[in-house]
Design a protein. Structure first.
Length: 297
């Protein structure tokens, strides 16, 4: 056989093979700067592929054609897409940069889902203490040990970690208290993150527990009910605060008596799910509800 003819046949075969080979390609839909935690949508532009494998660079993967992925922490990530067709495959990579959050944020993970909470800058002692404990892993494995449907869910007692079913919980802490940081801007609307504390009789300065906190569920209120609370407690709500209490709900009777130092901004439904848990003695859930808290950086 003529050698030139043989080369031609090989060339044709290579071309035909490459024509059937998939080509991996994707674009990142968001053009703006991304701050953690960031939801990123990926648009698959691959050619001649019938299956896909994504590696988002943070130990998470997906086989969805056009996935949306949530990056919890800031950093530089290499996103890898492998497009496949039969036994053939092709891979492409892109880098993505996630900036740190603009506010102080924490992620509260539970068996019922995650809650994202913002910690307020106008309560610096509580903010800094909470993030310090979270960074140390203090809260990881602790329980929501007190749950009252229509009121709140409470946790942060170090004695709740690996606690036996009949153990009485709610008196533990890190060995210190935090000075109260009351602020009329911080109210007990649904999702409010507030510090638990000992009662007035033994704690007239209303100092907060060093670690125990609660997240408000509450109920919706009427304008007349809010007026009664204003008169009884000698406080005044803005029109926006009244609207929040009437439309979202909360526990305004606790305002200016317990330090509110943050608010759940994503995952309010998780509060409702936990609040519905069956409880036993001391309002402790019959089935343990653990938590894990991360500071978003």
């Amino acid at each position: 056989m003529n050698i030139k003819y043989l080369y031609f046949i090989v060339f044709i075969l290579i071309v035909l093979a490459s024509c059937n080979r998939p080509v991996a390609k994707f674009v990142i839909k968001e053009k703006k700067e991304l701050n953690a935690p960031a939801k990123v949508k990926f648009l698959n532009k691959s050619i001649k592929a019938n299956s896909y494998h994504w590696n988002f660079g943070d130990n998470d993967t997906s086989n969805i054609e056009n996935p949306e992925h949530k990056y919890i922490m800031s950093g530089n990530y290499t996103v890898e897409l492998t497009a496949k067709k039969d036994k053939k495959s092709n891979t492409t990579k892109q880098k993505i940069h996630i900036k740190p959050p603009e506010k102080c944020l924490v992620l509260i993970q539970t068996p019922y889902g995650d809650m994202l909470a913002e910690l307020y800058d106008n309560t610096p002692k509580h903010r800094d203490n909470f993030t310090k404990l979270a960074d140390e892993g203090f809260y990881d494995g602790l329980l929501f040990h007190r749950v009252i449907n229509g009121f709140m869910i409470q946790g942060g007692d170090p004695g709740s970690k690996n606690a036996t079913k009949n153990k009485r919980l709610g008196s533990g802490g890190p060995g210190y208290q935090i000075d109260a940081e009351f602020n009329p801007e911080n109210i007990h609307i649904k999702g409010a993150l507030a510090a638990a504390r000992m009662g007035d009789a033994v704690n007239p300065e209303k100092k907060s527990s060093g670690s125990q906190f609660y997240i408000v569920q509450g109920n919706k209120l009427t304008e007349a009910q809010l007026k009664q609370i204003e008169n009884r407690k000698g406080i005044h709500y803005t029109e926006e605060q009244k609207k929040l209490y009437m439309e979202t709900g909360g526990t305004p009777f606790l305002d200016m008596d317990y330090t509110v130092f943050g608010r759940v901004i994503e995952g309010l439904d998780v509060i409702d799910k936990i609040a519905k848990a069956k409880t036993g003695q001391g309002n402790r859930p019959v089935k343990d509800i653990w938590m894990k808290i991360k500071v978003i950086k």
